[in-house]
Design a binder for this molecule. Structure first.
Ligand code: SF4
Length: 301
């Protein structure tokens, strides 16, 4: 397998080149229900280590071939912070960095470790996963052995205080696992302390390692409504990105539903973000209700 992948073009990151620190095999200390890679027993450290020289060489060749790029993204078939030469690697990249930003995607499992915190401070952007903040939920979804969510939370707070780059927290929702309102409220309370630049909410969009389901895209908007307004929360779904969206006021929504109930799928396809927020306000105000996957006027019940 190749150390380099891409470049990939995306709206958020522009032209991004990926670096895989475990290109030949999955090496992760989590075994997430939603993993896009095959399920595998969690490992505490990399058994198979690609040399630093090999990775540097691959990056240099790719930069020569693909420059200019906007982002160099460090990732892995598994967890990149388990790579033993991460600090050496990022310091090397910084020494050759010209015109692009560096980003690392981590599951946050090692964020309490001083050496990992130090290595991550050299990245322009750090994206950490955080699917739950209670141990019960964390064990269920991320299936890590001997890792406690409280250790991760403490490490994340420590890191957020010392990091001067852009900290992004990614939450991935799985139906019936971490989409309960109580869990979201706890996530919200914790993230108010962390104060990341951005929180992204997403769900499964490729075949998962285990038999679990994505939450409906409109459910993501409902979940988003439980986060404080002063947190910068964005929804990331394929459906939300690809189709043309329309704006509905609360009155439009009530009038539309009065004529014809709207299905969950309808609102996912049609509604822009502000309209979905209005829809959930109407639900909270008990003016409408969700019944058999259709939004209907409350009076009709
Ligand atoms: S942390 Fe990432 S690579 Fe590891 S099991 Fe979870 S989804 Fe898969």
């Amino acid at each position: 397998m190749s150390i380099i992948f891409g470049p990939i073009n995306s709206r958020r990151f522009g032209r991004s080149l990926g670096v895989d620190l475990s290109p030949n095999t999955k090496q992760c200390n989590f075994d997430c229900l939603y993993c896009e890679l095959k399920a595998a027993n969690p490992v505490k450290k990399y058994e198979e280590i690609v040399s630093l020289e090999e990775i540097k060489k691959a990056i240099n060749q790719a930069l020569q071939k693909y420059a200019p790029i906007d982002y160099l993204t460090i990732t892995a078939n598994g967890e990149p912070t388990l790579y033993p030469y991460l600090k050496e690697l990022i310091l090397y990249i910084k020494s050759i960095q010209k015109g692009f930003k560096t980003l690392i995607l981590s599951n946050a499992s090692t964020i309490d470790k001083k050496e990992v915190q130090e290595a991550l401070t050299f990245f322009d952007e750090v994206k950490l996963s955080l699917d739950c903040v209670t141990q019960k939920c964390f064990k269920k979804i991320d299936r890590a052995k001997d890792i406690n969510i409280e250790t991760i939370k403490t490490g994340m707070l420590e890191f957020a205080k010392k990091y001067h780059g852009k900290l992004i927290i990614e939450i991935l929702f799985v139906e019936g696992i971490n989409d309960k309102i109580d869990e979201i409220k706890e996530l919200n309370t914790f993230l108010k302390e962390v104060k990341p630049h951005l929180i992204t909410l997403g769900t499964i969009d490729r075949p998962p390692a285990y038999n679990v389901k994505a939450v409906a895209p409109d459910k993501l908007f409902e979940l988003k409504s439980f986060f404080d307004k002063d947190l910068n929360v964005a929804i990331v779904t394929k459906g939300a990105k690809n189709s043309k969206k329309y704006h509905y006021t609360k009155e439009n929504i009530l009038q539309t539903i009065k004529r014809r109930p709207l299905s969950q799928e309808d609102v996912t396809i049609l509604f822009d973000e502000a309209s979905l927020n209005s829809l959930y306000e109407l639900l909270r105000e008990q003016k409408i209700e969700l019944k058999n996957s259709f939004y209907i006027l409350k009076e009709e019940l």
